[in-house]
Write a protein that binds this ligand. Structure first.
Ligand SMILES: [Fe+2]
Ligand SMILES: [Fe+2]
Length: 221
């Protein structure tokens, strides 16, 4: 309760970014039992979780470009990280930005459009594979698109969410993101790029992708 009272104070100070109605809703949507789940999952707020993943993704692009026997493993790891990262943002983060931030609809729509464009490039990269012709060129194309997109998310969306949404709600979102990533698809799917598709279809595609990953690993070893 103390946490929620503190939250309400924080949101009043950042009123320009959040409507009064949305502030009240954000503060009230974290029941005590949910807070227990959040604590079990580490209690990390969503902005910290996603910003850390952006750093991992940047490093992942460098590792996936390295020649040698580890390239396939590094490539698969990068594809998986990108897929689960974007799935969680599309399912949980952009919808909250859309509802809670002033001009949230336009902002979320711009991020979703960038994600769709990056996904087109990602599908092409996935089909090329780490040993295909033009791999490094495609990898660099995707890296540039993803880096631009992540920088805009951090600058425009995450910074505003940190100010506008209560700390308790941000921790709750962090837990939702981690849970979603546990079953999200591990490879890019061109047509899964909004909240509904991620919430409805991803729980089916996720296990399917993971089964295919396991089969491929077994065949490769
Ligand atoms: Fe994103
Ligand atoms: Fe992101």
């Amino acid at each position: 309760m103390g946490m929620l009272r503190k939250t309400a104070g924080t949101s009043t100070a950042t009123k320009p970014l959040l409507t009064a109605k949305a502030t009240v809703r954000a503060a009230k949507t974290v029941p005590a039992r949910s807070l227990q789940v959040v604590r079990t999952l580490g209690g990390e707020n969503v902005v910290d979780v996603l910003t850390r993943q952006h750093r991992q993704i940047r490093l992942g692009f460098l590792q996936a470009a390295l020649p040698g026997p580890w390239r396939r493993r590094n490539f698969d790891r990068l594809m998986r990280l990108l897929a689960v990262h974007e799935a969680a943002e599309e399912a949980h983060v952009h919808p909250v930005a859309r509802r809670a931030l002033r001009h949230g609809s336009e902002l979320a729509q711009r991020r979703i459009t960038e994600e769709k464009e990056a996904k087109q490039l990602l599908v092409a990269l996935w089909r090329t594979g780490p040993n295909g012709a033009g791999y490094l060129r495609r990898l660099n194309q995707v890296r540039r698109a993803v880096a631009r997109h992540a920088a805009r998310e951090e600058r425009e969306e995450f910074a505003a969410l940190r100010k506008a949404v209560s700390p308790a709600r941000l921790r709750m979102l962090g837990a939702e993101v981690k849970l979603t990533q546990a079953y999200a698809p591990t490879r890019p799917h061109r047509w899964v790029n909004n909240e509904a598709a991620n919430k409805l279809v991803a729980p089916v595609l996720g296990p399917l992708d993971r089964t295919l990953d396991a089969v491929r690993h077994r065949m490769a070893s």
